[in-house]
Design a binder for this molecule. Structure first.
Ligand code: 4AD
Ligand code: MG
Length: 469
């Protein structure tokens, strides 16, 4: 019976408590590590009770009702008359305390039956780095289960933002025959096995895992004024950095009838705020665990991010700021050089440790689709990056070159006119000014939680020399 106030499930004397064993390391004995025993607890009622999650039970749902709660026992404490079990089912950070009669105090339910070499200790706070070594087990820790709930809720938050703002979701393909960025970093897709050796390409053309859904979204933006996608993206970057993965999730949006970059920065900023407020409101406890114990003090940074509008500086202003600083940067800061992580982090600090937009990058640094600003002394393109505290670049986007003659000239120069003849068609057959951006979802989670390493915000990280499980 679920009781008020104490938020406990009490199981009184004489009522049978069915304990089903799912884990069979030692037959006939409960197994698990120090109380993270894998059991399901079932009270046997006269009639079938309603199923309730631990989260529902802890928040007092169905008080007084007969309920059935199933979960994993995280800890067991025996007193003279009673036995206290903490049961968790992944629905919340909190566990449900089950008070059972001491006659249930079977030796099977004590710590003594714990599996010796289980890598986590229930009462210890392990570092994210330590638990990362166990990708098949880390979801059983408080920190990583909180992370996974936050990740799930943040996914909902982005979808909600787009739904509320009139965007149509497009499932852009994972396998593609185009290279969106024109830069290497592609994984090629081929069937495996020896039979394939003499075959032609499976698709008759070289095919790759997508590095971005942008070009497919641009196709759709010829018929829908607001589209977005949210899916896995792949880059064969040989990087072990704290902000790069070979497989990551990207949120991408494309907006038609744009007048200036501001039309894009407004969507980027609104989306960031809306998603973050949603996550803070819906995952308060889980976020608190990070802000109090994993990355103490980060809450202040997040609150500061949400307080003011995000400032905008141009790339040329950014270069001035870097050149005026007394910092010794490892990479050059001449006009025309790409901004490196160290520069991005410096710029964020300089602007008050809040997200900052950097606009109008050198034309030659940007891919063929970026719109030419046609300025002359310092030739730039209408591109924008959003830089955020702790991470650096979170979003990259641009207005797209909608003018057929300019786009054709640039593709011709790069020898890509034939490859992208379909892309030129989008301009030939009724083009409108449009633009879009991509946000790295894992970097977003790093940013709001203060997590230093990107491998700690994705269930199964893939990066060069590592593809576990
Ligand atoms: O800046 P990027 O390369 O932009 C594009 O791909 C555009 N085509 C998107 C668009 O306009 N629709 O990537 C977008 C974001 C980056 O700002 C970064 O946050 C993230 O994706 N990102 C990565 N995240 C994790 N690991 C990697 N290897 C990443 N590469 C980019
Ligand atoms: Mg970029």
């Amino acid at each position: 019976m679920l009781q008020a106030g104490a938020k406990t499930l009490s199981v009184s004397r004489g009522i049978s408590l069915g304990i089903r064993q799912h884990c069979n390391k030692t037959p006939g004995r409960l197994t698990g590590s120090r109380g993270i025993s894998l059991v399901s607890i079932r009270r046997v009622w006269d009639k079938t009770p309603g199923q309730l999650t631990v989260s529902g039970a802890v928040s007092g749902e169905q008080l007084g009702a007969k309920v059935k709660v199933q979960g994993w026992v995280r800890s067991v404490r025996a007193q003279k008359a009673n036995l206290f079990l903490h049961v968790n089912d992944g629905s919340s950070l909190q566990s449900l305390q089950v008070v059972a009669s001491s006659e249930l105090n079977d030796p099977l339910l004590t710590f003594g039956s714990a599996v010796e070499d289980f890598p986590f200790k229930i009462k210890e706070r392990h570092s994210l780095e330590y638990i990362r070594q166990f990708p098949h087990l880390r979801c059983r820790t408080n920190a990583f289960s909180s992370l996974l709930r936050i990740r799930s809720e943040a996914t909902t938050a982005f979808h909600s933002y787009f739904k509320e703002n009139g965007f149509v979701q497009i499932h852009t393909p994972v396998i593609t025959s185009n290279d969106c960025e024109g830069a290497g970093e592609l994984f090629q897709v081929e069937p495996s096995g020896p039979d394939n050796e003499e075959e032609e390409n499976f698709f008759s053309v070289p095919a790759f895992l997508s590095v971005s859904g942008q070009l497919h979204l641009e196709v759709m933006s010829g018929a829908f004024s607001r589209v977005y996608s949210f899916g896995p993206t792949f880059r064969a970057e040989n990087s072990q950095s704290r902000r790069h993965l070979a497989e990551f999730y990207m949120v991408e949006a494309e907006v038609s009838f744009t007048q200036s970059l501001e039309d894009l920065t407004k969507v980027m900023e609104d989306m960031f705020r809306s998603a973050t407020e949603h996550v803070l409101a819906h995952c308060a406890e889980d976020v608190d665990l990070f802000h109090k114990h994993v990355t103490p003090g980060h809450r202040v940074t997040v609150e500061a991010m949400l307080k003011k509008r995000f400032p905008t500086i141009t790339y040329s202003e950014a270069i001035d700021i870097l050149n005026r600083s007394s910092e010794n940067f490892a990479f050059p800061t001449d006009w025309g050089c790409d901004l490196q992580t160290e520069h991005e982090k410096y710029l964020v600090k300089h602007c008050g440790n809040v997200p900052v937009f950097v606009t109008d990058y050198p034309y030659d640094l940007k891919p063929f689709y970026a719109r030419d600003n046609q300025d002359h002394s310092e030739h730039t393109a209408a591109a924008v990056d959003l830089l955020v505290p702790g991470v650096g670049e979170l979003c990259g986007g641009s207005l797209r070159e909608e003018r057929l003659d300019l786009l054709r000239a640039r593709l011709e120069e790069a020898g890509l006119e034939d490859t992208y003849s379909w892309y030129l068609d989008l301009r030939r057959f009724g083009s409108v000014p449009h633009g879009g951006f991509g946000l790295g979802f894992e970097r977003y989670l790093q940013c709001i939680l203060g997590v230093d390493n990107i491998k700690d915000v994705i269930p199964f990280p893939r990066f060069s020399h590592s593809c576990l499980l």
